[in-house]
Design a protein around this ligand. Structure first.
Ligand SMILES: O=C(O)c1ccccc1NCC(=O)[C@H](O)[C@H](O)COP(=O)(O)O
Length: 265
């Protein structure tokens, strides 16, 4: 039986065909990003770095905050201390758009992540042209060969890659590719179940202290943040709880807990 992720990926394949019909995507030169490196800024931080997400809606929750103005929300995030902004650019399932990313990256100075289901190099080019400095690659959505190929093409375009995993097999692939920024998604993309223990159990397999590890999904409270910081995460990615609050600064600052360097006791 098809999972929801399979449905999303089918829709993406159709979208990719349309992208190949856009002349400007194929011919326009890519822009040089002026944003700082996500890897460097997360490594320097001794508190949990936060990627704050623009997320209007989602497959698991339906509408979350439909009326949001992405550039204003991103500015609020940056002012509150977010170290990077994630923009969901998928339209059918998350009600986002690539124009949201264009607007956001004009308004902030921190790295901007293009959060989409990237299956093809043309999506990397579109993200770069829109002004993204980081792209998401999801191990569950790609064969290991395709993942490696897209990883290399993204890097060649000057994009940083957040390589997302959810289980040991995917993590081993990410490590064999040499990914430097690894996202551990606490949300199972097949069932939508969210469990922070996914981060706690996978992080022990990452021995290299030079990796940046980002725990994704399901963060609401200071206790949640402390749990993954204690496990050794460098950062967290937060969407829904920031999109629903009237107090972005309070919600964000309570999650900026001290990190625990991996390898120290
Ligand atoms: O959020 C979903 O329902 C979802 C469903 C299928 C694929 C991906 C999905 N979310 C993408 C994300 O990874 C989250 O937007 C991100 O980690 C933030 O999560 P949260 O703080 O729980 O909104």
């Amino acid at each position: 039986m098809d999972t929801f992720l399979d449905r999303i990926l089918d829709t993406k394949s159709e979208e990719i065909q349309h992208l190949y019909q856009q002349d400007d995507l194929l011919t326009k030169p890519v822009q040089h990003s002026t944003k700082p490196s996500l890897y460097e800024s997360f490594k320097r931080d001794d508190q949990l770095s936060i990627i704050a997400e623009i997320k209007r809606a989602s497959p698991s929750k339906g509408d979350i905050n439909i009326g949001i103005e992405p550039p204003e929300q991103a500015q609020l995030y940056e002012d509150a201390g977010a170290s990077a902004i994630s923009v969901l650019t998928d339209k059918p399932y998350f009600k986002g758009s690539i124009d949201d990313l264009v607007d956001v990256q004009h308004n902030v100075n921190v790295p901007v992540l293009c959060k989409d289901f990237i299956l093809d190099p043309i999506q990397l080019k579109r993200a770069k042209q829109a002004g993204a400095s980081v792209v998401l690659l999801i191990a569950a959505a790609l064969s290991p060969e395709r993942l490696n190929d897209l990883y290399e093409q993204a890097t060649a375009l000057g994009l940083e890659v957040l390589l997302e995993v959810h289980n040991e097999a995917e993590l081993d692939i990410a490590l064999s590719i040499g990914a430097t920024i690894i996202g551990i998604n606490n949300r199972d993309l097949m069932t939508f179940n969210v469990d922070l223990s996914v981060t706690e159990s996978l992080i022990d397999r990452i021995q290299d202290p030079d990796k940046v590890i980002i725990s994704e999904s399901g963060f609401r409270t200071k206790d949640d943040a402390e749990r993954v910081a204690k496990a050794g995460a460098d950062g967290i990615l937060v969407g829904e709880s920031f999109m629903k609050t009237d107090d972005v600064e309070g919600a964000l600052s309570q999650l900026r807990v001290p990190t625990t360097r991996r390898g120290s006791s």
